[in-house]
Design a protein around this ligand. Sequence first.
Ligand SMILES: Cc1ncc(COP(=O)(O)O)c(C=O)c1O
Length: 448
Amino acid sequence: MDSNSFRPADRDQLAQQTRELTDRRAQLLAGSYRLFYREPVHLVRGQGQYLYDADGRQYLDLYNNVASLGHCHPAVVQAVTEQMQQLNTHTRYLHERILDYTDDLLSTFPAEKDWRAVYMCTGSEANDLALRVAQAHTSGEGVIATAEAYHGTSALTSAVSPALGSGQPIAPTVRLVPAPDTYRTGIADIGTWFANQVQSAIDDLRAHNVRLSALILDPLFSSDGVLPGTPGFLAPVVDVVRRNGGLIIADEVQPGFGRTGERFWGFARHGFVPDLVTLGKPMGNGMPVSGLVGQADVMASFSDRLPYFNTFGGNPVSMAAAQAVLDTIRADNLQEHSLHVGELTRQALRDVAARHEVLGDVRGVGLYTGVELIEDADGRVPDAGLALDVVENLRRQGVLTSTAGPDGNVLKLRPPLAFSSGNVDWLAGALDASVHEAVTNRRARAGS
Ligand SMILES: Cc1ncc(COP(=O)(O)O)c(C=O)c1O
């Protein structure tokens, strides 16, 4: 998570205006904030898939599933403005917006189950409540997460978020399992392999007298390096967790709302029905809206005992934004768009990869793509340093992105859904030039 960060030691090399803003941040903001890039980017405007810096330079945004439809989408701006002019209050008064939205949202969930929803403002809060609900339902404390997972900022969620780095303690009731990475492990039946990892983790919890509560997973394994896998490969792990009395929490903060193109939800792509589903980032196109959707009996285990009130969660303005997002995804066929343009993107990037042996696997689904930077084609040895150089070079080519994965060597390409087939050439050309430059510079350094 810290890999593509500005280092204060590089301050003196910054242009004056960038240095002044960077210094102000250092004086005013807590040190835990991180800036992207060796030379931070100062953004002032966004439109669709484009961002503009203070000098008017246009960038192609390949790293934003928060502005999921596109930056400053007019439907969301209008919905929020109109509702803000009328009323914004909390969920202790009756209001239609939250009900109409929930009706609509739940129509995207598997019809064979009875679902209940609750709203908050961040993915962290959604996951935090999901973990509490799972604990209440199972009377267990044990949680299993993947080795480079990220699920949030609260005490509970950061304790299942190894992506925060070695400074983040993982709770003694948590077990981490390696993510299902076919490329690096070379294992063909990755579903069975993954289920076996989870079974071992459950056995270990049991050996320590910890009862299983839940497996929490991002069905795209995005911070684990973007590992969508073949649809359905998670079936064996779902069986293992259920046989051992645990719940499945699908963290849809990354794959949700049509991004994978194949299905509206990441879990649906794998053909299983989770007990709890957490929603965040893309839900409000930039408005802080998140949610937890759970099977009614599971939710009742918590709500029969405890109230939940989130001051801003589910307010009419947030619900208006969320409704505009759902409406626009449908009206503009953005799920199909994601499927189609995602395929075009990976075809183009595979053509680029064929020209550079340091580019390994190009994988993904819909508008979510991971590209491996490796030392050479045979070894598949991750090359995080090269990945960072490529990220910096891409920025100079006007393309903003970053890295993911346990080795920090996977480019994570996740544009707003406004990203179009007309943008693919820009991205592919920029990647080609950026890799070429990174490799050439490295050779020059090695030779000098
Ligand atoms: C998979 C996943 N879950 C949860 C979160 C936390 O969401 P938030 O930053 O809105 O609290 C994130 C944020 O990056 C995420 O990627």
